[in-house]
Design a protein around this ligand. Structure first.
Ligand SMILES: NC(=O)c1ccc[n+]([C@@H]2O[C@H](COP(=O)([O-])OP(=O)(O)OC[C@H]3O[C@@H](n4cnc5c(N)ncnc54)[C@H](OP(=O)(O)O)[C@@H]3O)[C@@H](O)[C@H]2O)c1
Length: 331
């Protein structure tokens, strides 16, 4: 089958190869999806630049891609939730979505929304599960004020719509060219970071969804109310998460040192701070299917590329300016 592989740790253009590789087989708990579309995420770029390099089970050449949609063409003997021909989508946590066939555990697959194309469906799992898990971590509720950074990005554009459905007041940041586009997603106050300083506009927020990291993580504490929440996707590992990771003393000490500035801000604001690390969750993805079908969430595709041109899709996302999502059309 045709697939995109990660072959080296070099410049992105030299790290990816369009290859002919063996079609995957499935075990008794898996389904084989004939892929119709996939989507690219910044996580794909982080993998290419070494995020998984230290993992023993990550060796090159490796398959790529986390988001897939397609049709089930084979199923293992224990698969009871799906039938051959079902139209599905998934966040494939072990990668492999940039390929003609993808094997996936049945317990992380969901039926795709009926009102989307395969391309639209493939653009949703990773970003919408992340937004769901982040807003739940922060227990966002009606009437809360939330600042969502990078409202024009994959995660931000979905998180805005989910936060509005919850009944929150949404501030978001983006650049001048994207202001109208982000307003149309439902944000109450779009802050143009080229001309405005969000720190002078957002006051006493209940929650910040930090999608940018570094200075943005620390500065989030300036705009939350006392006792507010900073939920990050990219900031330093919080203490609870570090404890859950069962790391050794040295690793925990290093992480505590890395989050020292954040620790100070947490105590100044009596704040809750948490790093979300996305987990596959088909129950949540089923809910997302319903939200899409009831038009509470709409996906936004900036550009589609054919599978053989996946390298340009990845380079597109690597430039950090994606408006919505970049999709790879496979069939
Ligand atoms: N922890 C997890 O489990 C998890 C899960 C998902 C994603 N993430 C991470 O979360 C981050 C965001 O993901 P994503 O998919 O949303 O990324 P993305 O789609 O690539 O984000 C691109 C968007 O970011 C905006 N942007 C860039 N700099 C900005 C700034 N200074 N202020 C406001 N907006 C800015 C750009 O808008 P302009 O062009 O207008 O600047 C662009 O529209 C990534 O680092 C990703 O790896 C983590």
């Amino acid at each position: 089958m045709k697939a995109v592989q990660h072959i080296a740790y070099k410049e992105i253009s030299e790290s990816i190869k369009f290859s002919d590789i063996e079609k995957p087989s499935i075990n008794k708990n898996e389904v084989l999806i004939e892929a119709y579309a996939a989507s690219v995420n910044p996580l794909d770029i982080k993998v290419l630049t070494g995020k998984l390099k230290m993992r023993k089970n990550y060796t090159l050449p490796a398959k790529m891609g986390y988001d897939v949609s397609g049709k089930i063409i084979e199923k293992g003997e224990n698969v009871t939730n799906f039938n051959i021909g079902d139209e599905v989508y998934a966040y494939v946590d072990k990668q492999g979505a940039f390929a003609e066939y993808v094997s996936v555990k049945q317990n992380i697959v969901s039926l795709k929304p009926k009102n989307t194309t395969f391309e639209e469906a493939a653009s949703l799992p990773l970003v919408s599960l992340t937004a769901t898990q982040a807003l739940r971590r922060g227990k966002l509720k009606a009437g809360d004020k939330i600042l969502i950074h990078a409202g024009s990005g994959g995660v931000g554009s979905v998180a805005i719509q989910m936060a509005k459905t919850t009944g929150a007041y949404v501030y978001t940041t983006t650049s001048t060219d994207n202001v109208q586009w982000v307003k149309a997603l439902g944000a109450d106050r779009v802050i143009d970071y080229k001309t405005e300083d969000y720190k002078t506009i957002v006051k006493d927020a209940d929650m910040v969804l930090d999608t940018l990291g570094n200075k943005y993580t620390e500065d989030a504490f300036k705009v939350i109310k006392k006792g507010g929440k900073v939920i990050t996707l990219v900031g330093p590992v919080d203490k609870e998460t570090a404890n859950r990771m069962k790391l050794n003393f040295f690793a925990r000490t290093y992480l505590a040192w890395k989050r020292r500035k954040v620790t100070k801000r947490i105590s100044e604001k009596a704040a809750y701070y948490s790093l979300v690390l996305l987990r596959p969750n088909s129950r949540q993805l089923n809910e997302i299917t319903k939200q899409v079908e009831s038009e509470k969430i709409k996906t936004n595709i900036e550009k589609e590329y054919p599978l053989k041109d996946a390298i340009n899709a990845v380079l597109h996302v690597a430039n950090g300016r994606t408006k919505g999502k970049v999709v790879i059309k496979i069939k």
